[in-house]
Design a protein around this ligand. Structure first.
Ligand SMILES: [Zn+2]
Length: 96
């Protein structure tokens, strides 16, 4: 089910998103660990999900969550479908 419009949809038509470090990140390959949520990859559903605080609820975290990366991903999906997904770094910790 899409967390934006709450309609059922084929999983293939939904984008998996998950929460990493207080941000909602797109997981188009469905590889990231942790609790996921599903969203239609369209700005309308992202807006609705944000307004309803659907992401903190879906991920069982205290909001707010930064959705900039999902928004950027959706822009990419709608604009240039052929663009490969950037890999999401597993850790932001700099060992130096
Ligand atoms: Zn939707």
């Amino acid at each position: 089910m899409c967390v934006g419009c709450r309609r059922r949809a084929e999983v293939g038509g939904l984008l998996r998103v998950t929460a990493v470090d207080g941000a909602v990140v797109p997981d188009p390959r469905r590889r990231l660990p942790g609790r996921g949520a599903w969203l239609h990859p369209v700005p309308e559903c992202l807006d609705r999900a944000e307004r309803r605080s659907a992401f903190p609820r879906a991920f069982r975290v205290r909001g707010p969550l930064d959705t900039a990366r999902v928004r950027a991903h959706i822009g990419t999906v709608n604009g240039a479908r052929e663009t490969p997904e950037p890999d999401i770094p597993g850790s932001k910790v700099d060992p130096s």
